[in-house]
Design a protein around this ligand. Structure first.
Ligand SMILES: Cc1cc2nc3c(=O)[nH]c(=O)nc-3n(C[C@H](O)[C@H](O)[C@H](O)COP(=O)(O)OP(=O)(O)OC[C@H]3O[C@@H](n4cnc5c(N)ncnc54)[C@H](O)[C@@H]3O)c2cc1C
Length: 363
């Protein structure tokens, strides 16, 4: 539904080119089109939400994961409701969610975690899930966090794009946004933000890139509908995979096959056929056995995991955030060009609204 019309100097609707059809670019395209802009969305793959937005842990972060960055925690908490209103079918409310603090080597103690929850206004109750060995755990709390169903999210994005009248160009790689003829350009290409910006753009910057593996597994029935994060540092988590009976494993250390800092990701060619291709059965490079060996310290039942395959993608974060583990979503602007660095998925809607606000302020 068009609510009003944002116009260019000629009196026509101002045009916006959005580059990158992940959850951030797609949401920006939808909401800007609904606000009256003439929006063109360019995606180099043959579908929207096919890169990192299709290969992640699908946790609808409320903030619990970030006790060392209250900025990130607050951003998640503030963004959650808007995300749910935009994509209600994609939010899975069933299941039990737990956060545990490891007794050793954690960067946050149990009491610090409780203080953090109180400070940010995050609800919790003391409870240890049956699948967790309580011995290596300092604290375990049950929390009202939820997860994302990637299939429903993609379906909803496709239908919202069509309904909002966005001009969608799939299989369309943009090499340089300077060649696009639009009143505004939004760059939402996540691991490739710099590659589409002109060499002299003030928006170019260094990032830290991590090549991540995300194993998809079947687990014993005791894990059904149970999501557990062990924190805070070199630990792991187990989450149901959308509305399937499968699970996603994560491990802060062992999920990362390689990492680097720079303008563009540059990893071994052997990963090219694996990256952002969905679940790869029996991948040659895999850290699955290490996930299990390490994870069994906290989740004894994980030794019975059946490895169905792994997803591979590139995480893109600000450099030098190891101390805080911050994952902020940033909207930066140089003239009529905007760059969106995504932190966590719920902030896709608030980032889109920030873009709309800044474009309005320019008119
Ligand atoms: C391992 C891992 C786990 C995560 N877990 C969670 C989680 O549980 N919850 C959460 O909220 N967040 C999580 N995140 C973060 C979240 O997944 C990302 O922030 C988010 O999905 C990125 O969305 P995006 O739209 O910015 O990028 P993407 O989904 O990567 O989309 C960018 C798009 O740009 C396209 N593109 C690139 N270059 C060009 C070009 N030149 N021309 C045209 N198109 C181009 C790509 O094909 C791609 O489709 C996780 C991230 C990782 C890596």
């Amino acid at each position: 539904m068009t609510m009003d019309r944002s116009t260019s100097a000629s009196g026509d609707a101002a045009t916006v080119g959005v580059v990158g059809g992940g959850i951030f670019g797609t949401t920006a395209a939808i909401r800007l089109a609904e606000a009256g802009y003439d929006v063109h969305l360019y995606e180099k793959a043959d579908d929207v939400l096919s890169a990192t937005s299709w290969s992640n842990q699908f946790r609808l972060h409320r903030g619990y994961h970030y006790p060392r960055s209250t900025l990130t925690a607050r951003q998640c908490r503030n963004a959650e409701r808007a995300f749910e209103e935009e994509y209600p079918e994609a939010v899975v409310g069933s299941g039990s969610h737990y956060y545990c603090i490891a007794a050793e080597d954690s960067k946050t103690t149990g009491s610090e975690f409780v203080s953090f929850c109180e400070e940010v206004g995050l609800e919790y109750e003391y409870e240890t899930p049956a699948v967790v060995d309580p011995d290596p755990i300092d604290l375990s709390v049950r929390v009202p966090e939820r997860r994302i169903d990637p299939v429903r999210l993609k379906e909803r994005c496709r239908s919202r794009l069509a309904g909002a009248d966005v001009d969608l160009y799939l299989d369309h790689r943009v090499d340089d946004v300077a060649a696009l003829d639009h009143d505004y350009v939004v760059v939402a290409t996540y691991a490739h933000l710099n590659s589409v910006l002109p060499p002299d753009s003030s928006l170019r910057r260094s990032y830290r890139f991590e090549l991540c593996e995300k194993p998809v597994v079947e687990l014993p029935p005791a894990f059904a509908e149970t999501s557990v994060v062990v924190m805070d540092g070199p630990f792991m988590c187990v989450d149901p995979y959308g509305r399937t009976d499968r699970f996603l494993l994560d491990n802060v250390v062992h999920a990362v096959h390689d990492s680097m800092q720079g303008r563009e990701p540059d990893f071994d060619d052997e990963y090219d056929p694996l990256l952002n291709r969905g679940v790869i059965e029996d991948p040659a490079p895999t850290a699955f056995d290490t996930f299990v060996a390490h994870g069994s310290t906290f989740f004894p039942g994980v030794t019975d995991a059946d490895h169905l395959g792994s997803m591979f993608t590139i995480r893109t974060v600000l450099p030098d955030v190891e101390e805080t583990d911050a994952r902020p979503t940033l909207v930066e602007q140089d003239g009529n060009t905007f760059v969106v660095l995504s932190g966590k998925i719920p902030s896709a809607v608030t980032a889109a609204d920030e873009l709309r606000r800044r474009m309005r302020a320019d008119e």
